[in-house]
Design a protein around this ligand. Sequence first.
Ligand code: PGA
Length: 255
Amino acid sequence: MARTPIVAGNWKMNLDRDASVGLGRDVAALAGLHQDLDIAIFPSVVWMTVVADAVAGGMLTVGSQDCYTEPSGAFTGEISPVELAASFDSCLIGHSERRHVLGEGDDLIAAKLRAALDAGLTAYLCVGETLEERDAGDQNVVVERQLELAIGKAGEPDLASLVIAYEPVWAIGTGRAATADDAQEMCAGIRGWMHDRFNSAGDDVRVLYGGSVSPDNAAELFAKPDIDGGLIGGASLKIDSFTSIVEAALQRLQM
Ligand code: PGA
């Protein structure tokens, strides 16, 4: 398996300072044990720096849950991708909560993706359909449109710095994960789209599944050929559940 599996924890706006630093240290120890995997965490913007300082020098990647489209300027409250890249490795772009709770549209997400990649960050582009779109059978069209509007506008993106997370909106935080077969079908579709656009250069881009991944379903999801790991929300907030999910991803190395 040429693509190194990734297990990434998206902590959202959930942990206070002590909990963030404590969990960061625990995940850093886990990352030290499993260096064949890429393990990443996305703490809240407020605690990102203290967490990064607490885990500095190890194997754990610390990233931001969002960034802005511009490197600097009069953008009150926004996060500069260039400033981020000075201290952090990666950034989520277009998470469904940014799209659907904060109202981010495809143009903004495309500009953010481009800015993150230009700054040298590893960008985790999140895509996925709503329940309404899935019920209408439009999931493939929706995800392809999201890919086209974001990656298609990024010029010649540095594909080594791109990760794609398929996260159906209806599965996020609901306890209702996609079935492993459905997740595989969508991740394979994303890989196919990347291949059509970038030929074999697109084949190495890692495609993750996210949405109610848990210790109970992780092994089945990660056993699928096109699911290179997961973006984990709720189950990343406790070291025990996150460890189980990391262990499930380790099994991919035997495939
Ligand atoms: P969840 O969140 O694992 O809690 O469903 C996933 C995500 O938002 O990335």
